[in-house]
Design a protein around this ligand. Sequence first.
Ligand code: TRP
Length: 334
Amino acid sequence: MENEKKKNVFSGIQPSGNLTVGNYFGALRNFSRYSPDEYTCLYCVVDQHAITVRQDPAELRRRTYEVLSLYMACGLDPEQNILYVQSHVPAHAQLAWVLDCYTMFGELSRMTQFKDKSQKNADNINAGLFTYPVLMAADILLYQTDLVPIGDDQKQHLELTRDIANRFNTVYGPTFTVPEPVIRRTGARIQSLAEPEKKMSKSDPNENAVVRILDDKDTIIRKFKRAVTDSDTVVRRADDKPGISNLMTIYSCVTGKGDGEIEAEFAGKGYGDFKLAVGEAVAAELAPIQERYKQYLSDKAYLEMIMKQNSEKAAYLARKTLSKVYRKVGFTSV
Ligand code: TRP
């Protein structure tokens, strides 16, 4: 066992917008399932991805500290996990350029997130938005990643990453580990509270549609009370009950209860009781995280020390892959 190579885990969160319970259940919460004793874990704040849509510089900087604090508040120990900021490790951008040359225009044109975001940002369909999935592939492949915990919406990007890795390996011989996505069934898709047919999005202009990780208890409960449901009264999962089904998913994420159990618990009770229970459960789950988050965020010097130490660790690992790639494609070194 001693000498067996640990598997590598990589994931990233953009410091754009105020993170939601969708980000929490779909990604963040699952990161702490990987014990540093068994895995080498890298969790990156992907600030370079964030600028594919226009960001206010002061806000981007602030949110970078916030996401780092949240990583730690969710239980990721910065001594045991590599928690760092993407722009602090130049190898991401360097590898992305090489991989750009092994990714086809047609492949990128098919990415649904690109199509969505181009619609939402019609005045700024920049080249970075288009090649965004290649930078994401570079993030992952740079660390010979085995496992990538992600939400359902990133599945297509992971498939492209695997295609790029296989293509490169076929031309140059084994270079990259081909990563596997880890998409948990419960919580991979949390929907909007106002339009439950749509994904909960941190940039939704309707604040009642989104529950934020940092919302206070009263706000959380109020938002759940207002959640759009249907004219039925029975708490039951069904395709024609997207609102209730979404609340059941969220409740299940927090309590670990299955649909049958939830249906039994609320049998004979109205939607009001159910919504309140969901709100209280979510608020209770988030309270200790919010507490720790505030403590971390208030100590900027500590956060900067963590950023610096961890980016050095990441850069060390990244350089190994990058130099291998540079050698294989025929770049000279002096
Ligand atoms: N594209 C991801 C998102 O929008 C963020 C991301 C960037 C990421 N690089 C990554 C996720 C690498 C996992 C692995 O959510």
